[in-house]
Design a protein around this ligand. Sequence first.
Ligand SMILES: [Fe+2]
Length: 468
Amino acid sequence: MDQQPAIVKTDGQDSFSSDLRYQSGFHNHFSSEALPGALPHGQSSPLLCPYGLYAEQVSGTSFTSPRKLNLRSWLYRIKPSVTHEPFKPLEPSHGRLVSEFNDSNSSTTPTQLRWRPVDIPEKPTDFVQGLYTVCGAGSSFLRHGFAIHMYTANKSMDNCAFCNADGDFLIVPQTGRLWITTECGRLQVSPGEIAVLPQGFRFAVDLPDGPSRGYVAEVFGTHFQLPDLGPIGANGLAAPRDFLVPTAWFEESIRPGYIIIQKFGGELFTAKQDFSPFNVVAWHGNYAPYMYDLTTFCPFNTVLVDHGDPSVNTVLTAPTDKPGVALLDFVIFPPRWLVAEHTFRPPYYHRNCMSEFMGLIYGGYEAKADGFVPGGASLHSCMTPHGPDTKTYEATIARGNEAGPHKISDTMAFMFESCLIPRICSWALESPLIDRDYYQCWIGLRSHFTGTRSNDKDGDIENGQKED
Ligand SMILES: [Fe+2]
């Protein structure tokens, strides 16, 4: 049985969601067994495992990574995952997944970019078929870089599982729940929640609601961590106990023609086997898929003056070797109170050495009165200016200093922020959904410069010249 109390979610009547059990914690050393006594005791790879299971280790970090960073799990399964025919390139090739960004598949522009939401396709499309890269940088081969993808889909994966050898997926559903079956167990992920599928785990995505859309961040060569809290202290932001990891769940079925789709260097390869890969009866370790409900995030914010930097709302960070410099931060803008006095409360006008990709799960975003809608996206690359649109600026100034406490409600925007400069895939740059008039949202920002301090009644100027 599970080695720690499981969190049971029984919010559905269907076979998948009526009996979902999770373990709680972030990168804990979990252990779970779907049959009593399936976990070996005192060792990980006995000559004969209970129930005649095979022991198989999945290493998410090098064997010799420091203990505090080392991630690995032991899976006890009916047949080992090596039991398949040779991999062959997927026919026809997918063609819109990139893991090594260069001149041949992507280009750069410092222009502010914004996209309207992609329509759900009419023809049958599953999660893998509907996944496409928008932008990214670096290389999965060199184990340094990231990719940002989006997906639109309308049908469940059928008799196949996906495995990403390139990096970790952080999936942000925007429309439609995902039923994700993994080797460690099952996850139900709804819009407003996220899932992380670490490099190498096999998983299948079912779509109980049909039409589905969302965002995916992929990181190469590192894994997501909880950010340090610094002077915030021991509590706040995303609490480790709110991360949920599946409990062991398996199926024994014979599945003739079952296909493993392996993403390897951005290309897809397929291998046939005759059984379900979800045949893990028990597992233990700290390397596992997990999910997180963004509404459990405990945001921090300024309580007197000025707009704090968005890093204060970091949920997860994929670090580089430089302290404080992220390969990819996942930052959210959840409902929260705005109380700052004599302060321009929306996000400040900004140029950033980091690059910022934003998406909107639901509601509106405080810096854009129009044009940035749920399911859409924007990209403001390294040192490209951005900030509130004209309407937002004028409305904020019109409210003046007496705005009083105000709660931003019913919204969930997010940002993927990277120290690497993204290259943009040609299909994203040429998409009919790109907003060619995005710049217009700022072009109307007019000068409010008067030559006199606005609060200076007798016209004295401290920092300017006054004409008599
Ligand atoms: Fe910014």
